[in-house]
Write a protein that binds this ligand. Structure first.
Ligand code: ADP
Ligand code: LRH
Length: 485
């Protein structure tokens, strides 16, 4: 077929966007049609507010996505929009009643309800046995643990269906209830070998198998938009395509790699650092190093480690903005002037996970590690970036060592690719060249899978990546000569 026009709804934990993408054998363009803030919303629960809850504003996101899709239809012009695809962050879900109505307000993975829950699950299936089944790095908020926490409340007793968040939006768009497999792989309920629901793990979560919809793979054309949605958005003849609905899966599709000898850092709120493999790595060393085997598009394995990411910096900035003015560009310029060799903390420390003031947490971590405590804002920023770069480098080396896949280059994609200091520090810490960009790799991966599913593109992921490479300029950061591997 000829070039196709597609709309990507890409919801990150810090912002959502609707992108219009045009793709064909020699064409790959993105136009941002809508961008809106996102973030978990905290509300008190209980008379003293001690059990504060963190929710996602899914209705606001839906409203913004629909408005963005209407804009996309308008900008696409008379040829229209062939298809829509949705990706969001992983692990979080909504519960629906038997009529498909939303029950409650979905919780954020940063909600404290999962505190102590993993231990209870591991008493029934220990961590090595669980790893052998689902292949996941231990993270306290994986869906399987969230469901055990959910079981303490009333909703699971009445819920007929669980939909992961991109699939919830897909359901509201199309009426189809499915679970796309890249994101299903992040729940801890899927078999690492098959990508399908594992009955023993579903039982461990304490939910009925019927709660979970059928798993479909990325690239499945799910069908037309519901008439009411098509009317409201003026998207006529547009279909919903299941894309790599886990944002990180779409980001990895959008990595402009030349061959398989690459590592990636998908760097936004989180830093997802790893390699792409054909087979999972399930060794005890891999479990100990905190490596996950998430499912990629086309059944690839995203062998990666979750690094806490720019979340730490975002929270510092929010805190400073609460005290007055704070400008990221100016802070980064000042942080760049500081000499190397400053304090480095372990950003993977769970102390950094919850929302709220962050500067004190960074300073306390320095103190606990016996390092100089950063005082000025620029010094705090530099400490966070040096620490992220060190964590990225450690994860790249672990991925290489544990998988046996050697790499020549580290691709850094996502919003973090805009941060030149972070890119340079990462190149130095890794001792390898960093290729930065595209910033919107996730939306590109979303569009590429739609274009292939609807016939505008053909080929394997390698062909899709070659197209990104041909159409997008990257910035190359060489490691300092003394650091080269
Ligand atoms: P997510 O998809 O998780 O919401 P993004 O990939 O959109 O995250 O990345 C957001 C992050 O990108 C911000 O937290 C910020 O640190 C970084 N970022 C965005 N714009 C810039 C910029 N102009 N300079 C430096 N960093 C930036
Ligand atoms: C990044 C991401 C990451 C998950 C986390 C919950 O947006 O999807 O891959 O681990 O959010």
């Amino acid at each position: 077929g000829g070039p196709g026009t597609h709309a990507a709804v890409d919801l990150g934990a810090s912002s959502g966007r609707v992108m219009l993408g045009r793709a064909g054998p020699d064409l790959l363009e993105l136009e941002e049609v809508a961008r809106f803030r996102n973030g978990a919303v905290e509300v008190a629960a209980g008379p003293d507010g001690t059990a504060a809850r963190l929710h996602w504003d899914v209705l606001g996101l839906w409203r913004d996505a629909v408005a963005g899709l209407a804009d996309a239809a308008h900008r696409a012009g008379p040829d229209g929009v062939r298809s829509v695809g949705v990706d969001t962050w992983a692990v979080d879900y909504a519960l629906l009643d038997a009529d498909g109505g939303l029950l409650g307000t979905p919780r954020s993975y940063r909600d404290a309800r999962t505190d102590g829950v993993a231990r209870l699950v591991h008493e029934r299936l220990d961590a090595p046995a669980l790893y052998a089944r689902n292949g996941l790095q231990h993270l306290p908020f994986t869906t399987i643990y969230q469901l055990v926490a959910e079981g303490r409340g009333p909703l699971l007793d009445v819920a007929a269906r669980l939909l992961l968040l991109p699939d919830l939006l897909g359901y509201w768009l199309s009426g189809h209830q499915v679970a796309e497999s890249t994101n299903a792989s992040t729940t801890g309920l899927a078999d690492v070998r098959t990508g399908r629901w594992a009955p023993d793990l579903v039982a461990l979560a304490g939910v009925a198998p019927s709660l979970l919809p059928d798993v479909v793979d990325a690239g499945t054309v799910l069908g037309p938009l519901l008439p009411a949605v098509a009317d409201r958005t003026r998207l006529a003849g547009t279909e919903l395509v299941a894309v790599g609905s886990h944002d990180t899966a779409s980001a990895v599709v959008g990595v402009p790699a030349e061959d398989e000898r690459f590592a990636y850092v998908a760097c936004g709120t989180w830093g997802l650092v790893g390699v792409e493999l054909e087979e999972p790595v399930l060794t005890p060393e891999s479990l100990a190093a905190g490596f996950t085997n998430e499912r990629g598009v086309d059944g690839r394995v995203r062998y990666l480690h979750n690094v806490m990411g720019l979340w730490v910096l975002q929270c510092c900035l929010d805190e400073w903005r609460g005290e007055g003015e704070a400008d990221l560009g100016r802070l980064l310029a000042a942080a760049e002037e500081l000499p190397p060799g400053g304090p480095v903390v372990d950003v993977d420390d769970p102390a950094f996970l919850p929302p709220g003031p962050m500067v004190g947490r960074v300073r306390r971590a320095c103190e606990a590690a016996g390092q100089p405590v950063p005082v000025e804002r620029a010094a705090v920023v530099r400490c966070v970036l040096d620490s992220l770069a060190a964590a990225f480098a450690r994860a790249v080396e672990d991925a290489v060592r544990l998988s046996g896949r050697d790499v020549d280059v580290v691709h850094l994609v996502g919003g973090g690719a805009r941060n030149e200091l972070l890119c340079r520090l990462t190149a130095d810490a890794c001792g390898r060249p960093v290729l930065a960009g595209p910033v919107e790799a996730t939306a590109l991966g979303n569009v590429l899978v739609q274009a292939r599913a609807t016939g505008a593109l053909t080929g394997a992921l390698e062909d899709l990546r070659a197209l990104v490479r041909r159409t997008h300029a990257l910035r190359r950061y060489e490691p300092a000569a003394s650091r080269r591997r």
